[in-house]
Design a protein around this ligand. Structure first.
Ligand SMILES: Nc1ncnc2c1ncn2[C@@H]1O[C@H](COP(=O)(O)OP(=O)(O)OP(=O)(O)O)[C@@H](O)[C@H]1O
Ligand SMILES: [Mg+2]
Length: 477
């Protein structure tokens, strides 16, 4: 951890950082910022939640000129939610310098975006599909770009996105500076990146493990039909402040968020088939604490930063290692602790052990929570709520009724009844979810044929020709 003042930053940027409440730079920030400020291309790799956004945001804000009305920096993100979030963070970094940052993403009214572009943002954050729309309409010109950043670079250079990225970068001046950031960076990505970059400096924060040590990693071996009961019991026992539950497909997310609502949780779903309005509403509610549980596909796996997410549940084990790393990284961010629990059906145990081997981190096997444990825990939480309410000075309006009750019953009976009512469970309402097929481990041979990332079907979207496609069809970016 270094002090931001040692990094040769301008006064307005230092002011912005202190108004954001940042006291010192994280490792990736103190290592990547000087290299980026020197104008070199950068590949930056550091664990989830360690402040990569600001690591590329500061050099951007320092480099762009306020008096220049051209778009001078572009950041590409794989999902709309991340696009909005990154734009907000960069706006904050650029606040005191007066740098305008605009988010441009699919699903939002293009007319509105065109009007916002007339305010001449110096920085745009975009999902590739929508940006290409603007390029075709000539409402965005990239010929004054000085810095281009791929956030979640390995994902952006994966199938489904790579052609769009090529088109976008080809429209930027070739003497631009290019930066790639992600928590995961396979060797293949680096060689692919050479196509888009000059000599780059690899800034990789040395960590013994790819996952963050502040995340406790657990797993539960649970047969498919019991998953829902296990999840609701864990929610009752662990009592998360905010939780994200990952499901494999859109159908799964829909069914599961409905099931959780039926069982009395404040839950809602997020996936690529929802309208942008629905997606915005769900994310807004989740960020403001109006939802306890966000149920999502991998569309929420990368980059999202929501403070208060104490628990992540992999209701379905992720298809690949990177997805596991990013999903669990939605908790345990910026030094906070978190718990990640993965449900594994008996036939998927090998897959789990493979994740353990590849991440070099033990995932602890935990016994299945029982109905009684969940019940006792709920009662304890109800009791705490009752005790909190006792501290409330505003109880005078209830006291005459209370006296009436106490005339006929002793206080022990009355309090017991109150706890019983507060814990009136909807929790074992039987609900049947459509079963998901277990994930099978792939042989190394299959993986070499390009299978490991290419043939997984995130969100279950199946291309009409039979293959699985990802990228724009998934994110409608
Ligand atoms: N220097 C800092 N001090 C304190 N908090 C910081 C600092 N830099 C960033 N943060 C905060 O840490 C959180 C995580 O940052 P960020 O989202 O950039 O992580 P990331 O490395 O991009 O993670 P991911 O790989 O999941 O995308 C954010 O809430 C951010 O505002
Ligand atoms: Mg990030």
């Amino acid at each position: 951890m270094a002090n931001f003042s040692e990094l040769n930053l301008s006064e307005p940027v230092l002011k912005s950082l202190s108004s954001m409440g940042f006291e010192s730079a994280t490792d990736i920030q103190s290592q990547a910022i000087p290299v980026a400020l020197s104008g070199q291309d950068v590949i930056g790799q550091a664990q989830t939640g360690t402040g990569k956004t600001v690591a590329f945001g500061i050099p951007i804000v320092e480099t762009v000129a306020r008096e220049d009305t051209n778009i001078q920096a572009v950041i590409l993100t794989p999902t709309r939610e991340l696009c909005i979030q990154v734009a907000e963070e960069i706006s904050k970094v650029g606040g005191f310098k007066g740098i305008r940052t605009l988010a441009i993403y699919g699903g939002q009214d293009i007319g509105r975006q065109i009007r916002s572009l007339r305010n001449h943002p110096q920085v745009i954050v975009a999902t590739p599909g929508r940006l290409m729309d603007h390029m075709n309409r000539r409402t965005v010109k990239l010929d004054h770009i000085r810095i281009a950043v791929l956030d979640e670079a390995d994902e952006m250079l994966d199938m489904g996105f790579v052609e769009d990225i090529e088109t976008i970068l080809a429209a930027c001046p070739s003497e631009r500076q290019t930066m790639l950031f992600s928590a995961t960076m396979k060797p293949g990505v680096k060689s692919l990146a050479r196509k888009f970059m000059r000599d780059f400096v690899l800034v990789s924060v040395k960590a013994t493990e790819v996952t963050v040590p502040t995340i406790e990693q657990d797993y539960y071996e649970v047969p498919e039909p019991q998953k829902l009961d296990v999840l609701t019991r864990l929610l009752d026992i662990q009592n998360p402040e905010l939780a994200i539950v990952f499901g494999r497909t859109k159908r799964r997310v829909d069914e599961l968020s409905n099931a959780l609502q039926t069982r009395g949780y404040m839950a809602d779903g997020l996936h690529g088939d929802l309208s942008q309005k629905q997606r915005d509403t769900v994310m807004g509610k989740f960020r403001e604490g109006g939802l306890e549980v966000l149920v999502a596909t991998d569309v929420a796996a990368r980059g999202l930063d929501v403070s208060g997410v104490t628990h992540v549940y992999n209701f379905d084990i992720p298809q690949d290692i990177d997805s596991y790393v990013h999903r669990i990284g939605r908790t345990g961010r910026a030094g906070k602790s978190g718990i990640a629990s993965t449900f594994v059906t008996p036939r998927e145990i090998d897959h789990l052990h493979q994740i353990e081997r590849m991440t070099k981190h033990k995932i602890n096997r935990r016994p299945l929570p029982t109905f009684t444990e969940a019940k006792v825990s709920k009662q304890r939480i109800a009791m705490e709520q009752l005790l909190d309410a006792c501290e409330d000075e505003n109880l005078s309006g209830f006291k005459s009724l209370a006296e009436e009750v106490l005339e006929g019953h002793d206080s022990l009976t009355v309090v017991s009844a109150a706890i019983k009512l507060l814990t009136k469970g909807t929790n074992e309402v039987p609900i049947k979810l459509t079963a998901e097929q277990p994930i099978r481990i792939r042989s190394p041979k299959n993986r070499e044929r390009g299978g490991y990332r290419g043939d997984r079907h995130r969100e279950g979207y199946r291309h009409p020709r039979g293959g699985h496609v990802r990228g724009r069809s998934r994110h409608q970016g």
